[in-house]
Design a protein around this ligand. Structure first.
Ligand code: FES
Length: 343
């Protein structure tokens, strides 16, 4: 028996469609052109998550890392694992427009330019304007880039937001021995062809309804540049936003002008730089990022926290939150390893 389902989005729009007996909700949504962001399709990444507002449903598999028992009791669900047994409605905390062009696809693009912006970081500008459609993605998501001249793919977070000319940016960590790093240093030239697959990932900016805490480790900054571009361009954000950007050495820091610029474009935005291996010349914050959090303020008001960086940084922040018994927050995070830096 078919069931009628409603998907409600943060912008107040609703999509209605029929789900066949025993059909996965995600399959039904895609069949009707509602392209809910997705990644693993296995109940592990959490990308396709929403919340049930009414109706009967079951879920095939939900990884422990995605939802706690409390989350499940509150109706949190994964579209790729959900089957409905009655008419039902679900809520997704992003705008409906993000579902209509967001399906992952392969694109042939060209390299526009590459700039080294710190001792260990380059910014790659990619021109995907030959693609006939807008490459739509959620700020914070990532793309897989095929390293030219090889069969290897590497993942990098977008460092800007979708735009009508399909001009894309990615921060790339320059490793002594990375495949992409070699390409960037030795063979990369404007006009070279570049194949990419996007959008991917469950780390994206949700509706900003409460104070935001962003924590970037190294080139994890890339994802936040995309999010901050989105917030600055849209305007009207009513919530304070605090970014902590941690690196090993101060010569790793990059895009500082851009961060300073957000301060004038986003009311209530502040950022803090933290260097874990400071030279004597470094005048700013040092050590591990959580040492600089304002515990009292975090306990006083609910907030959303986004983490993007190497696994030790993400784990250190999560552990600190647990140890300090901070609650009343929503946590979103993306871990990456250096060979796949940025995504
Ligand atoms: S796409 Fe549904 S959990 Fe990953």
């Amino acid at each position: 028996m078919n069931h009628k389902v409603a998907f409600n989005f943060a912008d107040g729009k609703t999509s209605f469609f029929e789900v066949k007996a025993n059909e996965l909700l995600l399959d039904a949504a895609l069949r009707h052109g509602v392209n809910i962001p997705l990644d693993c399709r296995e109940g592990v990444c959490g990308t396709c998550q929403g919340r049930c507002e009414s109706g009967q449903y079951t879920q095939d598999y939900v990884d422990d890392e995605v939802f706690s028992e409390t989350d499940l009791a509150q109706g949190k669900m994964l579209s790729c694992q959900t089957r409905v047994q009655s008419a039902a409605s679900f809520y997704f905390d992003f705008d409906s427009s993000l579902c209509n062009a967001g399906a992952t696809r392969r694109i042939q693009a060209v390299i526009a330019k590459v700039e080294q912006i710190s001792d260990t970081t380059a910014i790659l500008h990619v021109d995907a304007s030959s693609s006939e459609r807008l490459l739509d993605f959620l700020p914070g998501q990532y793309a897989r880039l095929k390293v030219p001249g090889t069969d290897a793919w590497r993942s990098y977070s977008f460092a800007n937001r979708p735009n009508p000319h399909n001009q894309l940016q990615f921060l790339i960590r320059l490793l002594p021995d990375g495949l992409m790093s070699h390409f960037i240093r030795e063979r990369c030239e404007p006009g070279q062809a570049l194949e990419l697959e996007a959008p991917l990932g469950s780390f994206y900016l949700r509706q900003v309804n409460q104070p935001l805490l962003m924590v970037a480790g190294g080139t994890g900054l890339s994802a936040f540049l995309g999010m901050l571009d989105e917030i600055a361009d849209k305007g009207g954000c009513q919530q304070p936003i605090k970014l902590f950007y941690g690196v090993s050495r101060h010569t790793d820091l990059c895009e500082l002008n851009r961060l300073a610029d957000y301060r004038s474009r986003i009311e209530g935005f502040e950022y803090h730089l933290v260097v874990s291996q400071p030279s004597p010349q470094w005048p700013g914050k040092t050590g591990r990022i959580p040492e600089h959090f304002d515990r009292q303020a975090m306990n006083a008001n609910p907030f959303d926290i986004y983490l993007c960086g190497p696994p030790p940084m993400v784990e250190a922040v999560k552990t600190w939150l647990t140890e300090q018994r901070i609650d009343g927050f929503h946590l979103y995070y993306e871990k990456f390893i250096d060979s796949n830096s940025g995504g």
